[in-house]
Design a protein around this ligand. Structure first.
Ligand SMILES: Cc1cc2nc3c(=O)[nH]c(=O)nc-3n(C[C@H](O)[C@H](O)[C@H](O)COP(=O)(O)OP(=O)(O)OC[C@H]3O[C@@H](n4cnc5c(N)ncnc54)[C@H](O)[C@@H]3O)c2cc1C
Length: 478
């Protein structure tokens, strides 16, 4: 390979020289402290350091960089806000890869209110897009706690989900068209500006969720929605998971179009948030095993809509214990803030082994029972904090170290993962509901995907990226 012919310094200097010649406006950093910062992941974990990090300002500059890297067979890592959770933006080797960070491609190009779409460059931060679309009285649907940093391109490349997938679908359902730079530098447009388009293979869907392994997304045309005029939340305490699922189904039968978020919260989340001072008191007088935090949106008058929801819930009292409708918007926000803080509270409580899984709703009860049994056999008193997007069967199944554990909790990670993923497989779920595969779960991908599906994925990768320069070592062991 190119690098082997040169010493590290001369190799590095040659590449930096060449990159500088590509365009005078591209910022290139090789200062170790800066490169370390971009090479470590959101949790601050650092395995290897990239050769340098570059910040192109246009699709054309991205194209020139890729053309150069492809010719020299230099690996590149596309990077957005670096909020991904599966080591997909971290180098797999030291001083060999170039991080291409898209943050300077940050223009919102146009909003089209008639066709309900917005066209943006891929480095636009999601919160900026949400605010912009909102200021035009429309809604951009992606809702997750990382939207202050995550970018449009990163969210497309991971097919980000979040809290309101039940109403608006995941990112994939909201892309109309993409501009993508391929490994050899060619800039292509895929998709169109219309919702109905059955003209051949949907290549935009292939780039969505590809985690930077097929091309660099530089522009996107995304759907937007009319802004609902009323919003209502409620928090419901429920005895067991069967009732949680039945209640969720009953609510969907009646209010399908209106429910945009439906989150499962276990009692342990209240204990953690109280212990670590995110809330002062429990919201309910009597605690229960589970809680459902539901958010509705509608175009009705709020008083009429609230009456409808309350009347229906009265007919379902056999399924729940108690219910709180917030007095005002600030109490509603307090409930949602509590939901957001669960992750932070568990982090303060001890070491955490997280699982981002989905299990079909009708099998969730058996999955919970089986996993409790098997995990207790490995580590009695392990704390299970299973919360999240129950509306679309995606559970953040997080395990917190037991009190006074003599051994390092992370020593149990492999054995626990094997047990958990086998159970997910047994119940026909997914080992990665929304965070993707990256370098973290590639072994699991090869274990749980059928050989024929995996082989086809690798063939596709090789068609798009003959020299294997795009995010090498992510998704597959290539
Ligand atoms: C606190 C927190 C909460 C989160 N909640 C959720 C959640 O609810 N739902 C969810 O789905 N995810 C969630 N995530 C994960 C993460 O935020 C999302 O996956 C996010 O969309 C990634 O965007 P990013 O810009 O940070 O991408 P990065 O982390 O920078 O990159 C992610 C992947 O996309 C690739 N990539 C980035 N930009 C491009 C591009 N322009 N072209 C091609 N490939 C590119 C990278 O190579 C990498 O493989 C959460 C993360 C955090 C830290």
């Amino acid at each position: 390979m190119y690098k082997n012919n040169l010493t590290k310094d001369s190799f590095e200097n040659k590449i930096l020289d060449d990159l500088n010649k590509i365009s005078k406006t591209i910022s290139i950093y090789d200062d170790e402290e800066i490169v370390k910062n971009y090479s470590s992941d959101w949790r601050g974990r650092l395995n290897n350091i990239a050769l340098c990090v570059v910040f192109p300002n246009s699709s054309l500059e991205v194209s020139r960089i890729l053309k150069y890297c492809n010719e020299k067979k230099i690996s590149i890592i596309p990077q957005g806000g670096n909020t991904g959770l599966v080591y997909a933006t971290s180098p797999i080797e030291n001083y060999k890869e170039i991080i291409i960070n898209l943050k300077n491609l940050n223009n919102i190009i146009r909003i089209d209110k008639i066709n309900k779409l917005v066209e943006v460059e891929s480095g636009v931060i999601i919160d900026k897009l949400i605010d912009y679309v909102h200021s035009h009285n429309f809604l951009f649907p992606l809702l997750m706690t990382s939207t202050g940093s995550s970018q449009v391109g990163g969210s497309i490349a991971t097919n980000a989900g979040g809290m309101n997938v039940i109403k608006y679908g995941s990112t994939r359902q909201n892309i109309l068209a993409l501009e993508v730079v391929l490994a050899d530098g060619e800039i292509i447009d895929v998709g169109s500006n219309v919702i109905k388009d059955n003209s051949g293979y949907s290549l935009k869907d292939l780039f969505c969720g590809s985690e930077g392994t097929l091309g660099i997304i530089t522009k996107a045309t995304m759907k937007i929605y009319p802004l609902p005029t009323c919003e209502l939340s409620c928090l419901i305490s429920v005895q067991n998971i069967k009732n949680v699922i039945n209640l969720h189904n009953e609510l969907q039968q009646k209010f399908n179009e209106n429910i945009d978020r439906c989150e499962l919260i276990p009692e342990i989340a209240f204990d953690l948030c109280k212990k670590h001072k995110f809330i002062d008191n429990h919201f309910f007088k009597n605690s229960q095993k589970y809680y459902l935090l539901v958010n509705f949106k509608s175009f009705e008058k709020i008083s009429d809509f609230k009456d409808r929801v309350q009347n229906h819930l009265v007919s379902l009292t056999n399924l729940y214990d108690d219910i709180i409708f917030p007095h005002n918007q600030s109490q509603a926000q307090k409930f949602w803030k509590f939901r957001e803080n669960i992750t932070e509270a568990q982090k303060l409580d001890g070491k955490v082994i997280p699982f981002d899984i989905s299990v079909p709703l009708d099998k969730l009860d058996s999955f919970f029972k089986d996993s409790l049994l098997q995990l207790n056999n490995i580590l009695p008193n392990i704390k299970i904090n299973s919360f999240g997007h129950i509306g679309d069967s995606n559970i953040h199944f997080n395990l917190i170290e037991p009190e006074n554990l003599a051994e390092d909790f992370f020593n149990f990670e492999i054995v626990i993962s094997n047990v958990l993923y086998d159970l997910v497989d047994k119940y026909s779920g997914s080992i990665s509901a929304e965070h993707g595969i990256g370098a973290l779960k590639k072994q699991e991908l090869s274990k749980y995907k059928s050989k024929s599906e995996l082989d086809l994925m690798i063939k596709i990768k090789k068609i798009f990226d003959t020299n294997n320069i795009l995010n090498r070592g992510k998704l597959f062991e290539l």
